[in-house]
Design a protein around this ligand. Structure first.
Ligand code: GAP
Length: 452
């Protein structure tokens, strides 16, 4: 993948209604993005797939949907008020602000060929910049009204640990999962959806007996890597990387990142951390509420250890788009752009076309579309040449297109065209649903074309 691969992915995502820059008609708001019709569907499908694998398919994980606004005390006790910081430096000349630990990735705004501090001007000493957004709740604008937009969804799970334990049948070891918005006032943003100030997380806190945490950490690292590969992304582009001690967050004893090889190199898409008993112990002390569980074997009250797989929805979305995007030369010499999305993640799974707008073909095509849309995300399209309709659906990742033509009127068969191979097969109209089901079940990512 070349650096311009990212620009092409961004251009396609705008052109086809996946992602638009936030507040665009007012000149935009840095690091915010809006999901268009195709993007909203893909994002929803990613979250549903995660929820299916992490909650519905498991007997030992339950779901939660906690509020974004939480008592300020939560963030004092969790260590975020004191410790959720990035080191910040200013250029004394141009007043640009940079992350002191990322200067090698930053460019001087005045001399873009240089890094800040190497342009002949001095930087200030680093100072700690807290990444949480602060605001006020209620009509009185005093210190007591301070609240923070949550920088991670995890704390909503920790403060509800006892509620879930007391109201469900789960017992240690078990997990609580949730998907929701998180906010960070990032100093450095960039690479489109990769680092935003408002984003979504899919997090699960898995509570286990002390002494079993390393085993569970190994389990969740492998389980999460397997999920990433199941999304249809190229296996060789996803890996696990253990953190060095100096990379660990203030709450973690160990952490492994799931990384993807983006156009700019390997980078984190998910963290799988061993948070020990740090959070529950801190909230027990901070709130005065007992957050231990009763271990009947030991006849003791015990604070569980926690393993946390935490993935970004938006980073997952970007990963899937980067991985699926390809430009390839067709046998006739023309270039086509195609999104090789896994059929289960395609916003539109099947396009249904009449070859021409006459001879009863639109009626036959509409009838087929009405039947398919009960099970599949289907789209009816009769505008433009069939070639143009294929090209449009290739760009939004639609894996199959069904065309009703003159033969349909004679023998009841239709043409099914495959997005990846561009081959066409004739299938009885009544068998299209079963055919699509089989193709989705056996789908494998085709070997990628050489990057252009
Ligand atoms: N509760 C643990 C936690 O929040 P993290 O590594 O800071 O850990 C977890 O974040 C995931 O959230 C990351 O792997 C990434 O996918 C996503 N994420 C974090 N900051 C982000 C940002 N500014 N923009 C988009 N996604 C972000």
């Amino acid at each position: 993948m070349s650096a311009s691969h990212m620009d092409r992915v961004a251009a396609l995502s705008k052109r086809r209604g996946f992602v638009f820059p936030g507040s665009e008609i007012y000149g935009g708001l840095q690091a915010t993005y809006d999901y268009g019709p195709m993007g909203a569907e893909l994002k929803r499908l990613i979250k549903e797939d995660w929820w299916r694998v992490m909650v519905r398919d498991r007997e030992d994980v339950v779901g939660l949907d906690a509020s974004i606004l939480m008592a300020a005390r939560v963030w004092e006790v969790s260590g975020h008020v004191a410790g959720f910081n990035d080191p910040l430096v200013d250029c004394k000349e141009c007043k640009g602000r940079f992350r002191a630990d990322r200067l090698a990735e930053a460019v001087c705004p005045k001399k873009p060929s240089r890094h800040p501090g190497e342009c002949g001007h001095e930087l200030t000493e680093p100072r700690q910049f807290n990444l949480m957004f602060r605001t006020k709740a209620g009509p009185v604008d005093d210190e007591a009204a301070t609240v923070y937009l949550r920088p991670e969804t995890a704390q909503g799970i920790f403060v509800n640990f006892k509620n879930v334990l007391e109201t469900t049948r789960v017992r240690i070891p078990f997990g609580i999962a949730q998907i929701g918005k998180a906010f960070r006032n990032e100093i450095v943003t960039g690479n489109q959806l990769f680092r935003m100030r408002e984003f979504e997380q899919m997090e699960m806190e898995f509570f286990c007996a002390p002494g079993t945490e390393e085993e569970w950490h190994a389990h969740w690292k492998e389980a999460r890597l397997a999920w990433w590969r199941s999304l249809g992304v190229r296996a060789e582009k996803v890996r696990l990387r253990d953190h060095a001690a100096d990379e660990l967050a203030h709450y973690a004893k160990a952490c492994a990142d799931v990384e993807y090889e983006y156009p700019w190199g390997w980078d984190e898409v998910e963290g799988v951390a061993n948070r020990t008993d740090f959070d529950l112990k801190a909230h027990q002390a901070g709130s005065g509420r007992g957050l231990a569980y009763r271990d009947e074997e030991q006849k003791a009250w015990v604070i569980p250890y926690v393993i946390e797989p935490s993935a970004g929805v938006d980073r997952c979305f970007l990963t899937i788009l980067c991985d699926a995007y390809e430009e390839e030369v067709k046998p006739n010499g023309e270039t086509r752009t195609v999104l090789r999305l896994h059929p289960r993640l395609a916003p539109i799974q099947v396009g249904v076309f009449p070859l021409v707008k006459k001879d009863g073909m639109p009626e036959r095509a509409r009838a087929l579309y009405e039947g398919l849309k009960r099970t599949w995300r289907a789209q009816y399209d009769e505008g433009g040449t069939v070639g143009k309709r294929y090209a449009r659906l290739d760009e939004i990742g639609t894996p199959y297109c069904v065309t009703i033509d003159s033969d349909t009127l004679v023998d009841g068969t239709v043409t099914v065209r495959d997005r990846d191979s561009m081959t066409q097969e004739r299938v009885a109209a009544g068998q299209v649903g079963a055919y699509l089901e089989e193709r989705e079940r056996t789908w494998r990512r085709a070997a990628a074309a050489e990057p252009r």
